[in-house]
Design a protein around this ligand. Structure first.
Ligand code: ASP
Length: 340
């Protein structure tokens, strides 16, 4: 019989409305189980690890990410797959960072949650939870069907590091427009076999727990002033994620390029991702990005914002040399980007 470990971190799935204040607050896992008697009918053994402090995912942080990675590492040999219950607000960040931390992953790590609490009459939580477990235990020829860090939500399975929360009020909370969905649940559970990654034969899981969150974000807009750019680039950080226009473009104003060059020359890594949710950065396609390439800005291609920020934290935790960090940012490590 398959063994699944459910890790409960919090989120709306396990919240209840306070009878007096009407504010949503987390409940414990036993109360969740009481709401899903169907769990007994799944043909698998379920173990549960509940975090001591159940959180709204807006309070997620790198220390908890390392704890999560450690939990997966210590249970890896004894279970067939993991289901992580997590708030949807920052789920895409956690799924992205775990994809980087878990190298050569050979078992499913499926994140899910819900838009309505599990106790609500119209809840989306039950379907999300039951199918996430089905996916975590799905095997073919004794191998996991989806040995990836994924998000399962509203009948779709996404690669975690390709997804983002797109809607705060629909059940369809996530999208991954730059990569196909990995499975869809309807009458049958249909896996997109050609789009799922598998580790190489004999590759052992390696867990990287060190993250460095010295990262700043520079989101461009027409009219951004030298003072603002100077402050962000001058912050005491090692990495800057720059959200640019269209295919990776910025203003060509000399002061802007000079400030970027100064930051890079001082040892900071600057990564270019687009404010567009679909498409890719093409450094050098327009005059407005050619100079960025020349001064050593890293190309983020079609990475999501969530992947870009967490990949930066991950790589800064592994490497001191900015050149190595830049090179790896531009490399497809876990299926998070397509080099074009
Ligand atoms: N605020 C909640 C959280 O992210 C929202 C959710 O669970 O969907 O924890």
């Amino acid at each position: 019989m398959s063994q699944i470990l459910i890790i409960y971190t919090g989120g709306t799935i396990g919240m209840m409305s306070d009878p007096i204040t009407k504010v949503l607050k987390p409940i414990n896992f036993e109360q969740i189980m009481d709401n899903v008697p169907e769990l007994e009918k799944l043909n698998c053994k379920i173990q549960v690890h509940s975090f001591d402090e159940i959180i709204d995912s807006s309070n997620m942080n790198p220390a908890i990410w390392s704890e999560l990675a450690g939990l997966i590492e210590s249970n890896y040999d004894t279970v067939d797959g993991f289901v992580i219950l997590h708030g949807s607000d920052t789920m895409a960040f956690t799924a992205s960072v775990l994809s980087f931390m878990l190298q050569n992953l050979g078992k499913p790590v499926i994140f899910t949650g819900s838009q309505l609490p599990i106790s609500a009459v119209r809840t989306d939580a039950k379907e999300n939870l039951m199918t996430a477990i089905e996916i975590a235990k799905a095997k073919k020829h004794d191998r996991a069907r989806v040995p990836e860090v994924c998000i399962y939500f509203d009948y779709k399975l996404f690669r975690g590091n390709r997804s983002f929360k797109y809607n705060s009020s629909k059940f369809e909370a996530f999208r991954s427009p730059n990569y196909p969905i990995l499975a869809e649940s309807g009458v049958h559970l249909k896996f997109s076999l050609n789009d799922i990654r598998h580790p190489g034969d004999g590759d052992q899981l390696i867990v990287h727990k060190n993250l460095v969150s010295d990262v700043a974000v520079l989101k461009l807009y027409p009219g951004i002033s030298p003072k603002v750019v100077e402050n962000i680039l001058g912050a005491d950080v090692r990495g800057i994620v720059m959200e640019t226009f269209g295919a990776g473009n910025t203003t060509t104003d000399q002061w802007f390029v000079d400030l970027l060059k100064q930051a890079i020359d001082s040892g900071k890594v600057v990564l270019d991702i687009s404010q567009c949710k679909v498409g890719t950065v093409e450094l050098g396609r327009y005059e407005t990005s050619r100079q960025l390439k020349d001064i050593g800005v890293a190309n983020g291609y079609d990475m999501t914002y969530e992947s870009a920020v967490t990949k930066m934290m991950f790589l800064l935790g592994q490497h001191e040399d900015p050149k190595t960090v830049k090179e790896l940012l531009e490399t497809d490590l876990r299926g998070e980007l397509t080099v074009s």
